[in-house]
Design a protein around this ligand. Structure first.
Ligand SMILES: [Fe+2]
Ligand SMILES: [Fe+2]
Length: 235
């Protein structure tokens, strides 16, 4: 907190949009309101610290707002004997939601992990978002009951989601994305505890952790990890 008393943490436009306002923090005005202070250009002391070379596990612990759903989905996939690729996809399928934003979370999550996982894993994470809305009787997947509660019984997915589903339906990796939806169950026992440690080996074998740390390896998604690390940096 001491550090924050010297530095100004800035809320980006996205935070304001979430409150229904098209606004942004104005640098000069903020400085005038905080005489003698500078803007925060690094770690926000209010958030749990990340190590210098953060790993996926570090992000699970310090930046994912909830991990129970991810862990339970992965545990379910493991229990039903799915291959490690599918278990990893289940473990990561909603990291877009857990670390950043709900809208188009499958796409955000897939881009975060794309440089570090098998292409089939990121493809499945991207596509589970669309497939979730479409039943597949051949494998016993039904439209989720919960979605009727969430979105109303007249909700129809937008045309871009329908088009994505149709493309995915004919893709060679369709079943990997479908398996995410089949393990994507909201009604697990809320008391069931799954330990992240149970997946450390699967992560180790299937997630190419960069030696520089996530955010510092100059990959196409490094900035996404840095932004989650430092969400209130001024620039
Ligand atoms: Fe999802
Ligand atoms: Fe999910």
């Amino acid at each position: 907190m001491h550090e924050l008393s010297e530095r100004i943490a800035t809320k980006s436009t996205l935070f304001y949009l979430g409150d229904g306002k098209v606004e942004m923090a104005q640098g000069q005005a903020l400085l005038a309101a905080n005489p003698g202070k500078h803007f925060l250009m690094g770690a926000d002391p209010r958030l749990p610290p990340l190590p210098e070379k953060p790993t996926l596990i570090d992000f699970f612990k310090a930046r994912f707002a909830t991990t129970a759903h991810l862990l339970q989905s992965a545990a379910h996939a493991l229990k039903t004997g799915q291959p490690e690729k599918v278990v990893l996809a289940c473990l990561l399928h909603d990291i877009g939601v857990a670390s950043f934003i709900r809208c188009d979370h499958g796409y955000w999550g897939a881009q975060m992990i794309e440089p570090y996982v098998d292409a089939e894993v990121s493809w499945a994470v991207r596509m589970h978002q669309a497939l979730r809305f479409f039943p597949d009787p051949s494998v016993g997947y039904e439209y989720p009951e919960l979605y009727i509660k969430f979105f109303g019984d007249d909700y129809k997915p937008e045309p871009y989601i329908v088009a994505e589903y149709e493309r995915a339906r004919n893709h060679k990796w369709y079943m990997s994305a479908r398996l995410i939806t089949m393990n994507d169950i909201y009604s697990f026992d809320p008391n069931a505890r799954v330990d992240l440690n149970d997946f450390v080996d699967i992560i180790g074998r299937n997630f190419r952790q960069p030696k520089e740390g996530l955010g510092f390896d100059n990959s196409p998604s490094s900035h996404m990890w840095r932004t989650r690390m430092w969400p209130t940096r001024f620039l």
